[in-house]
Design a binder for this molecule. Structure first.
Ligand code: CUA
Length: 323
């Protein structure tokens, strides 16, 4: 059976430095734990009561011992504090030649914006051996951008910018996690960092950010819409099988929808579009008014894709097979 690694790979310049602090602290704790337990057991045996009427000697303490067990741990604790402090400052000071990348967290995806405007979703391509500074924020709730292999992690907070940096030292693919519980799809808020040789990275940039895998045949608008539906988290409420806090959208296109208040409307393009951009305008009977507006959160292109996906789920025209 292949062994499960204790730690993620060390793939950035900070990784071994953070690990060194971690192992030193763990080693120190282990050493003192063993020391205390060994002495407790040894003294318990050595100084145990040997007869019923034995009276122990009176001890008045030892100043040298008191000083030793006060100042040695104090020195060790201060040394650890100074060492961790230096690494903390390192972690918060991106080198001046860093490449700048923006990260936006939102329920439930990571949007990455490169300096030249190129965008990625849940993927980040970076060149090997170049410091990368991330400027991060959130569009909704607090998320946390975490790259275990680089040993970096920071909250993304709505309304403010947080920076973080790393310099990859190994070509490869590494996990991105959201490390702050942010709602039902929190566990799905994951991604991949691709560390590429500088030449491969240049090629990737020049090709408009397509890797070979992504060069695969173009997907249809409905398929793109399905992807949007998943990444935007729509399916959390609009469950295809129904029973969620919002109506299922399977077969909704061109059907008659009963609204709160008794009115009925036809679910055409205009209605669907309005329901995404201004959900509160028409509330479906029997459902709470809880959906947030996607005005400004989806582009026109994304909106078209979502509509294409919803239309694609319309029931097939009666085929005459009898049902
Ligand atoms: Cu975003 Cu958890």
């Amino acid at each position: 059976m292949p062994g499960i690694p204790i730690m993620p790979p060390q793939a950035s310049t900070m990784a071994w430095r953070v690990d060194a602090v971690f192992f030193a602290l763990s080693g120190l704790s282990l050493f003192f734990t063993l020391l205390v337990f060994t002495l407790v057991i040894y003294f318990a045996i050595k100084y145990r009561r040997k007869s019923e009427n034995e009276v122990p000697e009176v001890i008045h303490g030892d100043n040298r011992l008191e000083l030793a067990w006060t100042f040695i741990p104090l020195g060790l604790a201060l040394a650890m504090f100074a060492w961790s402090g230096i690494e903390y400052i390192n972690l918060n000071n991106p080198p001046a030649n860093s490449m700048e990348i923006y990260v936006i967290g939102r329920q439930w995806m990571w949007k990455i914006i490169h300096p030249d405007g190129q965008e990625e979703i849940n993927q980040l391509h970076v060149p090997l051996g170049r410091p990368v500074k991330l400027t991060m924020t959130s569009q909704d709730v607090i998320h946390d951008f975490f790259i275990p292999a680089f040993r970096v992690k920071a909250d993304t907070v709505p309304g403010r910018y947080q920076t973080m940096w790393f310099e990859p030292t190994q070509v490869g693919e590494y996990h991105i996690f959201c490390a702050e519980y942010c709602g039902t799809q929190h566990s799905g808020m994951i991604g991949t960092i691709y560390v590429m040789e500088p030449s491969a990275y240049e090629q990737w940039l020049a090709s408009g950010g397509r890797t070979q895998a992504q060069n695969a045949p173009q997907i249809s608008p409905a398929q793109a819409g399905e992807l949007q539906f998943a990444t935007l988290g729509c399916a959390a409420c609009h469950r295809p099988e129904g029973g969620g806090p919002a109506p299922s959208l399977v077969g909704v296109y061109n059907s008659d929808v009963k609204l709160e208040g008794g009115q009925t409307v036809k679910a055409d393009d205009t209605y669907l579009r309005e329901s995404i951009l201004a959900p509160a305008a028409k509330i479906v009977a029997g459902y709470p008014n809880i959906m947030q507006s996607y005005q400004g959160r989806v582009s026109n292109e994304q909106l078209d894709q979502l509509l294409a996906y919803i239309k694609a789920q319309a029931p097939a025209a009666p085929s005459g097979s009898g049902r």
